[in-house]
Design a binder for this molecule. Structure first.
Ligand SMILES: *Cc1c(COP(=O)(O)O)cnc(C)c1O
Length: 630
């Protein structure tokens, strides 16, 4: 959006030129940037671009039949499958074209989403590719072993104690293909120690500390000052140790992870050159069983809804092709065999499968209607002026003069604070002026295209005319990365899209925390519809919430996980195959250490014999915490 194009330009520009530029901007909410053809807008609705193409609204309505309510988390297994296929196809095709004589193997890093709603669907699809798991803690490893019935490969990262090492050995003993990746030299000692009581030793991998590191928010995982991995000196010591203990033939893999959401292809290429050379050097030193490089995660997801907010400068094809070509080149140069390639992409595989539906329950300006004006015998001058403007809009037909009225209105609204403080306005006047101001803004926005405002105005005006949408969700629970990392998720109304969205929008959640707000950002503006919530519903969808958000979500204000459905789609329609109702208040309180019986007895003591009160309390304790308006 051009900054600094101010009002003066407008008034001096000839009208003809002005109207020529009035191109109606389509409300596609940046689908072309983030949706990867997974969703489309048709007949005013957001539809899933798969099979029978159901609309999200139909799915929400069906969920309501099942006594579920917004906030609602919808999981689409076909989108997990799409990502898995995409990853395998891309690697296989490029490896084939490059005559790359190594294997490709993907594992899913459990830390990205351990919820059964996701993992069980993942497991239904994964045998197709022998897709494996990456575990980073004892609990994750035990979970990986438990659900991995097809015995696909498991890599184990993270800091380890002898217990975790023993779990890995036990898994090997029952037939799992485990690679224990050490993060430090002492971990190697645990392996030697634990191995004494086992017949089978898992594969051993070493995490390398690269000079290269990622770029962007998550860059900390790589580089010499990162928390993880062995330096060159430590690597050589580990190598000698493995030799000395006659464990070298278990050493099969080197691993690195330069950070999540890698935004630049240069970073990837640099890291691959470094790790490719380390691999070749180790093989030359005599690591004959070293056959694989595990590239970690980091393949980025496009979250941006605007051209200017791109998250990466590469395509999946470019990413993969660079990896394959560089590794082949280095292997040729140093006369070693090409490594097998393991990846641990989490965000790429899981982000797009989940959509959060939230309902708008209040608009900030919804009471600002003519009926609410307080009639007075004497009105202040500013109220009279605003009334005049309100009437004048009807007879105004040129955009210039309408914008002029908008400027006047904003100026008047700016002055009410001072006038009120100085005592020129009383509370009733102030309320009336606020109402008139909003009435004017709404009327003007109906008459002109919002792109007029975006193109020609100082962007500050967008804030003046913004609407606040109160949504029945907790950002802390459902989009914690927005709170923690200012990570944006695409936001789209799932219906009403046949109408123009006119209001610059900011979003409030129902927590009592001022951080529970997605402010209007003039550099990535969100426009929503002017809706009368008394008359109609308004649902918004938040996309790409399938990676990290499920597990990082927190119970701020005791808002727990929303209702959840799994939706399978085919050519004939869609089916809600599984329903997970959100926890009731008894259960939520239990999760913070107040058991049902304790809460009940504490309450009953106060209620004494008033049974009616207890009945009511019990009803609410067995209900949910999100807002209800039945
Ligand atoms: C977090 C992590 C991943 C996943 O990263 P994504 O950006 O989600 O692909 C993979 N491997 C390791 C070691 C990690 O710590």
């Amino acid at each position: 959006m051009p900054h600094g194009v101010k009002v003066q330009v407008l008034s001096s520009a000839p009208l003809s030129q002005y109207f020529q530029r009035t191109v109606l901007e389509k409300d596609d909410y940046g689908l072309q940037f983030w949706s990867k053809d997974n969703f489309l807008i048709e007949d005013g609705l957001v539809k899933v671009n798969f099979g029978s193409k159901p609309s999200l609204l139909e799915i929400v309505e069906e969920a309501k039949q099942n006594r579920l309510d917004a906030p609602l988390l919808i999981r689409f297994p076909h989108l997990i499958e799409k990502q898995m296929d995409k990853l395998y196809t891309t690697f296989h095709e490029i490896m084939k074209a490059e005559e790359y004589d190594g294997k490709f193997q993907a594992v899913f890093p459990l830390k990205v989403n351990q919820y059964s709603g996701f993992l069980e669907e993942f497991q239904k699809i994964s045998p197709k590719h022998n897709y494996g798991f990456e575990a980073g803690s004892k609990a994750e490893l035990l979970l990986a072993i438990a659900i991995n019935e097809n015995k696909s490969p498991i890599t184990v990262n993270g800091f380890k104690d002898p217990e975790l090492v023993e779990i890995a050995f036990l898994a090997s003993e029952i037939g799992h293909e485990i690679t224990l990746i050490i993060e430090s030299l002492p971990e190697l000692e645990y392996i030697f120690e634990v191995a004494k009581s086992f017949r089978i030793v898992p594969n051993i991998g070493i995490r390398i500390r690269l000079y290269s590191y990622g770029s962007g928010t998550w860059a900390k995982s790589g580089g010499m000052d990162s928390k993880f991995g062995l330096t060159a000196t430590e690597l050589i010591r580990a190598f000698s140790k493995l030799q000395e203990k006659k464990f070298l033939h278990f050493f099969t893999m080197i691993h690195f992870h330069i950070g999540s959401q890698i935004n630049s292809i240069y970073t990837v290429k640099k890291a691959i050159r470094e790790v490719g050379n380390i691999y070749a050097e180790l093989r030359k030193l005599g690591a004959t069983k070293l056959e694989s490089i595990d590239l970690g995660g980091g393949l980025a997801v496009d979250y941006g809804q605007h051209k200017q907010s791109r998250d990466k400068n590469y395509t999946t094809e470019e990413f993969v092709s660079n990896i394959v070509k560089l590794l082949k080149e280095i292997a040729l140069q140093k006369s070693v065999k090409v490594p097998n390639i393991y990846t641990e992409f989490g965000r790429f595989v899981s982000a797009n499968h989940a959509v959060l539906i939230a309902e708008a329950i209040e608009l900030f300006s919804q009471d600002y209607t003519e009926e609410n004006l307080i009639s007075k015998s004497k009105n202040p001058k500013i109220a009279k002026l605003l009334k005049k403007i309100y009437k004048k809009i009807d007879i105004c037909n040129s955009h210039d003069s309408i914008l002029e009225l908008l400027h006047e209105t904003v100026e008047h609204l700016d002055s009410i604070e001072t006038l009120f403080e100085l005592g020129y306005l009383n509370l009733q006047d102030r309320a009336n002026i606020e109402i008139l101001g909003q009435m004017i803004i709404k009327k003007i926005l109906k008459k002109i295209d919002r792109s007029e405002i975006i193109e020609y105005e100082d962007t500050a005006i967008l804030h003046k005319i913004e609407e606040r949408y109160l949504l029945n969700i907790s950002i802390f629970q459902s989009m914690p990365d927005f709170w923690g990392l200012e990570q944006n998720f695409p936001i789209v109304p799932i219906h009403h899209l046949e109408k123009k969205a006119v209001r610059p929008a900011s979003i409030w959640d129902i927590t009592c925390d001022s951080d529970g707000e997605i402010e209007f950002d003039e550099n990535a503006p969100l426009f929503l519809h002017d809706i009368d919530l008394e008359e109609e519903e308004y649902y918004l969808a938040f996309f790409l919430v399938g990676a990290y958000q499920d597990i990082l979500g927190m119970k701020h204000n005791l808002f727990d996980r929303p209702d959840e459905v799994i939706v399978n789609i085919d050519e004939n329609g869609f089916k809600i195959s599984e329903i997970k109702k959100s926890r009731n208040i008894f259960e939520i309180l239990d999760s913070v250490g107040f058991s049902k019986s304790r809460v009940s007895s504490l309450l009953r003591k106060q209620i004494e014999k008033r049974r009616g009160v207890w009945k009511k309390f019990e009803k609410y304790l067995t209900g949910g915490n999100y807002l209800r308006f039945e």
